[in-house]
Design a protein around this ligand. Structure first.
Ligand code: PNS
Length: 175
């Protein structure tokens, strides 16, 4: 019979482009459930990210500094293989709405097939965060909408800086 490891390590994987207050809520709650929580950024995703891997690592470190048992990592390839190399037995994921369920079920079943010793655990997103995604935050921000309260203040500042750089760059090109 399998025994419970003395230290339970969980991986919270994602793109985090950028981290939102929805992610942060899940990390805070997850940090109380596991001995160690490794927030892990997927590199080499097919999606073109707004922030580089290095920027995302920096942003996560800034925001997560206050959680002593939370660390930041990154991975490429199969998530379950990375989890195994980090000694993790749990994958933590959040579910916002029913629309998340199908993709999450597919990933959880595939991950279990690949490595049955690693469990995926789901937390329901806090109701205040159930509509937030990195994609929608970026879209609203790009179109001039207010994203205060949706992302940590340091991330909001980086979004402003990034948009300014992009705008300035565009001006240079059109001059
Ligand atoms: O924040 P996201 O984009 O919803 O995160 C998706 C993520 C990173 C959890 C998922 O794309 C992933 O695990 N990718 C690694 C590749 C992998 O292991 N694929 C097989 C299982 S689905």
């Amino acid at each position: 019979m399998a025994t419970k490891p003395s230290t339970v390590i969980a991986i919270y994987p994602g793109s985090f482009d950028p981290i939102t207050n929805g992610h942060l809520d899940l990390i805070e709650r997850g940090s109380k459930l596991f001995d160690r929580l490794i927030v892990s950024i997927l590199c080499n995703d097919e999606k073109e990210p707004l922030f580089s891997l290095e920027e995302r690592v920096e942003m996560l470190r800034e925001v997560l500094r206050r959680f002593p048992n939370v660390e930041v990592g990154h991975f490429e390839g199969l998530l379950v293989d990375y989890a195994a190399t980090r000694g993790a037995t749990v994958l933590l994921r959040g579910i916002r709405a029913i629309s998340d369920y199908e993709k999450e079920l597919q990933m959880a079943l595939m991950n279990r097939r690949l490595r049955p010793d690693i469990e995926t655990l789901f937390l329901m997103a806090g109701e205040a965060h159930s509509f937030i995604s990195s994609r929608i935050v970026k879209e609203v921000f790009r179109l001039g909408g207010n994203v205060a309260g949706l992302v940590p203040p340091s991330v909001e500042a980086r979004l402003h800086k990034r948009l300014h750089t992009v705008t300035t760059g565009n001006h240079k090109h059109s001059d």
